[in-house]
Design a protein around this ligand. Structure first.
Ligand SMILES: *Cc1c(COP(=O)(O)O)cnc(C)c1O
Length: 223
């Protein structure tokens, strides 16, 4: 069971990095990113005890979800307006909210019989024009907009910093997001999720206070 082995390896590393950087044990949770991976692999991860999965493509995700009834699904990809209804109907979390328009549509399209939709605001730390996410300076205004939407629960911030070679450079981007997250919490916002860190940089993210790492390749292999 290669998937189970890789899952355990990643979980052990998370525990190790929590210790190494003085983080509370258990303060970092693992989102298994299963985009472009098979249903069979997701089944293996689920039987090894993994319950939260991240997907980036709506149609692909819906085809997978019908095979499971006890998993939590996080949407982590760019969001087109015409996809918000399916996302609002089928996901537990949306980590890539980056506009008032998308937030409003997710709220309005969230079915009444479902719990509130958990959301994170995606921040484009490096201000790369090709990437989703808003700049750090726009975070507060999008947050106050989302707070008035009754069917959304704002959980925190998410980012995908640009790739860097060295751990110090990787930490710098994460550090900026972490400062913003702390500042928002200090203002009294009840946020609990700082979603940052992927297969190649989750050590740096944990060092800077990540509470959720999103790992695909290191668990499931290449896509
Ligand atoms: C694909 C993806 C990941 C996982 O990346 P890996 O390098 O495979 O760990 C994490 N977050 C987002 C937003 C992604 O799109």
């Amino acid at each position: 069971m290669q998937i189970e082995k890789d899952l355990n390896r990643i979980k052990n590393l998370i525990t190790l990095y929590e210790k190494k950087y003085g983080r509370e044990p258990g303060s970092v949770c693992l989102l298994a990113v299963s985009k472009k991976q098979s249903i069979e692999k997701i089944k293996q991860a689920a039987s090894a005890g993994q319950f939260s999965f991240g997907e980036s493509y709506v149609q692909e995700a819906l085809l997978k979800m019908v095979h499971f009834d006890n998993l939590k699904w996080h949407f982590i990809g760019p969001i087109q307006s015409n996809k918000t209804r399916k996302i609002a109907e089928h996901f537990d979390w949306v980590q890539s909210v980056d506009s008032t328009k998308i937030a409003r549509r997710l709220n309005d399209q969230r079915p009444d019989h479902l719990p509130k939709l958990n959301i994170c605001i995606q921040v484009n730390i490096d201000n790369e024009i090709t990437k989703s996410g808003i700049s750090l300076s726009e975070v507060e205004s999008l947050i106050s907009y989302c707070q008035d939407l009754p069917k959304l629960t704002l959980r925190g911030l998410m980012a995908i910093p640009k790739p860097e070679q060295h751990i110090d450079a990787k930490r710098r981007g994460f550090h900026q997001l972490s400062l913003k997250f702390q500042a928002l919490k200090n203002k009294g916002l009840p946020l609990d999720t700082l979603s940052m860190g992927m297969s190649y940089d989750f050590e740096a993210a944990i060092a800077e206070g990540s509470t959720m790492v999103r790992i695909g390749t290191a668990i499931f292999g290449d896509r």
